[in-house]
Design a protein. Sequence first.
Length: 248
Amino acid sequence: MSKLAIIGGTGLTSLSGLQIISSNTVDTPFGLPSAPLSVGELAGKEVLFLPRHGGSHTIPPHKINYRANLWALKQAGVERVIAVNAVGGIRADMVPGALIVPDQIIDYTHSRINTFFEEGLEHVTHIDFTEPYCESLRRQLITAGAGCGLTLIGEGTYAATQGPRLESAAEIDRLERDGCDLVGMTGMPEAALARELDLCYACLSVVANMGAGRGDEELTMAMIERTLVDGMAKVKQLLEYFIGSVHE
Ligand code: HPA
């Protein structure tokens, strides 16, 4: 069985149902990951869990040590990664509570360390990022959604923004003109670093709010966290079904 890890985002700092076997503080050549790696069992299978923003949700998107996180997972023998993240919806059907498995990404982040291929190289290396996510894992997540009766949107272009502020209404309009369907702050460089390490990586996004200027409600952290309670309950249901019935 291939080793699976889940990276939890806002609203998913722990995975209820995961019977923790060990919690390992690991070091990497790039520093410490966001939290100790939890190794546990879910639906009878081994799973690793790492909360991207730290165990107490204190690390903002632009301060996350994405390299340490991915390296730690690779070092632990992980081959497949499901990255859960909260997003804003841009496309009309991406409403609060919707679950999306994006198939494309546009990177608007800046000033983040975005590669392992930096120093001491024997050759300059360019990874193929035409398809930024692992298609087999994406397909399996979509199959799992159907299997447990959840409606998943199986495609969409994720706009990765720098944050930590939310966008202006004009920025959301621009992202839409660019062809983006959903917007979040943690999709990059995580997806690219995973590809550099040859990890099979797919993203499971949960819409917390409509993008700026698209909804009636004021965008507050309290409102985002409130919406995410239901969304993350669906994520947990999906992950449990995926691990129990689809993951091999
Ligand atoms: N924009 C960017 N990131 C987000 C949003 C948003 O509206 N909601 C949750 N994460």
